[in-house]
Write a protein that binds this ligand. Structure first.
Ligand SMILES: [Zn+2]
Ligand SMILES: [Zn+2]
Length: 383
């Protein structure tokens, strides 16, 4: 009797366990399928026109990006001095980097310029088809792109990083991006000194910038900024200073968004639901415990993190390697492949020292040496 009772319980527990595992697997599979149904929009967040030191006008840039490059969204982000409300700052509209030609004469900063940029963006946007965004690029040495602000830009307030940060604090709806970190030995925002109140405003960092025509890779700075405590996702930009936008390189920022609207794009940037890719249409899905890249998860030490990674290169290029990296660019795992699709499921126990969050990032390499890199999944320790 006793024996039967235990046997009964043993089988009962076993089948319950089996059901639980089965339910978890079914839920995971459902979630993976759902995620692959999400919209990924490909575009650029950094380019210039003749409003500052590029060529032609914002409407030309937006039309070209939309109709020739075929991107889903595009931002024109001319240099800040062109938008000075006082008109006091003169600048030389120099060196279009594509041909090294100098435009003669000095321009004046003009408060009208920002209004024109915003107007062109509105005019060239097509709901559900193409989002044109007007922003600006701040900076004398180190540069920062800013989106979603009004047109009254008071130059006198932000000659230094500190005063610019103060201005940014007064614009909590803005979305900002660290541009081409450390390019040419420029300082990196006071060594990425972390400010909690700016963390929700500065959401991106360029890891690829192709202003010189070939890619410059800033991935190491991405890790430096994350290690300093910033919550950032990676962007890949053309930083166009010529009369074509989105065709000089295939670099794109790829965004998981509900719909193709500026608000939806900005929200996805705030939530770090995006990745940087040097391939124009590479699809990268990265889940931690069924949560999309950009998520923050709380776990007890020793609990498992279940990773799901899927990469699809629609044009048949071979996705040769996937690496999972963590704090201090520590390599956690790597996988090799010889196909244009790559799907990986694996688990690791969560280990963390102290209160610090740990983050995990996926780095994808194509055989052609093109790269993609994900936003992090952050894990905070539960006590
Ligand atoms: Zn710049
Ligand atoms: Zn620029």
């Amino acid at each position: 009797m006793k024996g039967n009772f235990f046997r009964f319980n043993f089988y009962y527990v076993l089948s319950l366990l089996f059901l639980l595992v089965f339910a978890f697997e079914a839920e995971s599979e459902q979630r993976r399928n759902e995620v692959q149904e999400l919209n990924i929009y490909f575009g650029g967040l950094h380019s210039h026109t003749s409003i500052s030191d590029g060529e032609l006008m914002p409407e030309d840039a937006f039309r070209y990006a939309r109709d020739v490059a075929g991107v889903d969204f595009w931002a024109v982000t001319d240099h800040w001095y062109a938008f000075d409300t006082s008109g006091a700052i003169g600048f030389q509209a120099v060196d279009s980097k594509s041909n090294g030609q100098k435009t003669q004469g000095t321009k004046r900063g003009n408060s009208e310029n920002f209004r024109i940029l915003k107007e062109h963006a509105k005019k060239e946007s097509i709901p559900g088809k193409f989002v044109a965004i007007g922003g600006f690029e701040w900076g004398i040495t180190e540069h920062i792109n800013v989106f979603n602000t009004d047109t009254k830009l008071k130059l006198s307030e932000w000659m230094q990083l500190k005063s610019f940060y103060n201005w940014l604090r007064k614009n909590p709806d803005a979305v900002a991006m660290f541009n081409h970190p450390g390019e040419g030995g420029t300082p990196v925002w006071d060594d990425f000194k972390y400010y909690k109140d700016l963390d929700s405003i500065i959401n991106c960092i360029e890891v690829i910038n192709a202003t010189a025509g070939s890619y410059e890779d800033f991935v190491d700075f991405y890790f430096m900024a994350l290690d300093a405590g910033w919550h950032l996702g990676p962007a890949a930009s053309e930083d166009s200073h010529h009369s074509f936008w989105g065709t000089r390189c295939e670099c794109r920022t790829a965004i998981f968004a509900e719909e193709l609207s500026e608000e939806s794009i900005l929200n996805a940037l705030r939530n770090h639901n995006f990745y940087a890719t040097a391939d124009k249409n590479l699809r990268l899905y990265f889940l931690g415990n069924n949560n999309l890249m950009g998520s923050k998860i709380a776990l007890k030490r020793g609990e498992n993190i279940n990773f799901y990674i899927k990469v699809v290169e629609p044009d048949g290029e071979v996705v040769s390697r996937i690496a999972i990296l963590s704090n201090n660019k520590t390599l956690i795992k790597e996988f090799e492949n010889d196909k244009s699709q790559f799907e990986i499921i694996f688990s690791i126990p969560f280990e963390s020292v102290g209160e610090e969050a740990k983050y995990y990032i996926v780095e994808v390499s194509l055989q052609s040496s093109k790269k993609a890199i994900s936003s992090p999944i952050w894990i905070t320790p539960l006590n």
